[in-house]
Design a protein around this ligand. Structure first.
Ligand SMILES: [Zn+2]
Length: 180
């Protein structure tokens, strides 16, 4: 089984027991939801990620499965000022603890610094990574300084300048809708 297939259906218990980390590169085009956000994706754009599991025992109880997931990439997004591509670094670094049920996750979530996940026989690590990177997307991607100066005609500097500073409200709204 290839590593990427394995990461879609990971036996977390065995992964944590084993302790060997997964260090992988996944092409962005294989993360469909994230790729949809991209403004012209290079075929070799990829996410570098690393996952390690561990068992942590508490006295008198079954050891718990913990997961440390880190990922980073650079994705071209659409600048909401000039509509050009803006290379945007994305990064995530999170600890998770697996619990037996949704009820336990709900009950313990408030008092836990780590994120809680419900244990499944085959855990989709890549879907989790993609979720986290989607959440790391900026709400309004924008160049610090747009490479293309807004077209100004003489005498209209003031008005055109102000208009160019504002993000396109419809594009912003579309992004907000996608976030839900
Ligand atoms: Zn721009």
């Amino acid at each position: 089984m290839s590593k990427s297939l394995q990461a879609h259906r990971l036996n977390m218990q065995a992964f944590a027991q084993d302790g060997a980390p997964l260090v992988e590169t996944t092409l962005l085009q294989n993360m469909e939801r994230l790729a949809q956000e991209a403004h012209g994706l290079e075929p070799d754009s990829a996410v570098q990620w690393q996952a390690s599991g561990e068992l942590r025992g508490r006295e008198g109880t079954e050891p718990e499965v913990w997961l440390h997931l880190q990922g980073k990439t650079t994705i071209p997004l659409t600048c909401q000022r000039c509509m050009g591509a803006v290379a945007t670094p994305l990064e995530m670094d999170q600890w998770y603890r697996f619990v037996a049920s949704e009820d336990i996750a709900m009950a313990e979530d408030d008092q836990s610094e780590e994120d809680l996940l419900v244990m499944e026989p085959q855990f989709d690590l890549l879907a989790l990574l993609e979720d986290e990177l989607l959440m790391a997307l900026p709400l309004v991607p924008m160049h610090e300084q747009c490479p293309v100066a807004p077209r100004l005609s003489v005498g209209e500097d003031g008005i055109a300048g102000v208009a160019a500073e504002k993000p396109n409200p419809f594009a912003v709204l579309a992004r907000l809708k996608q976030k839900k």
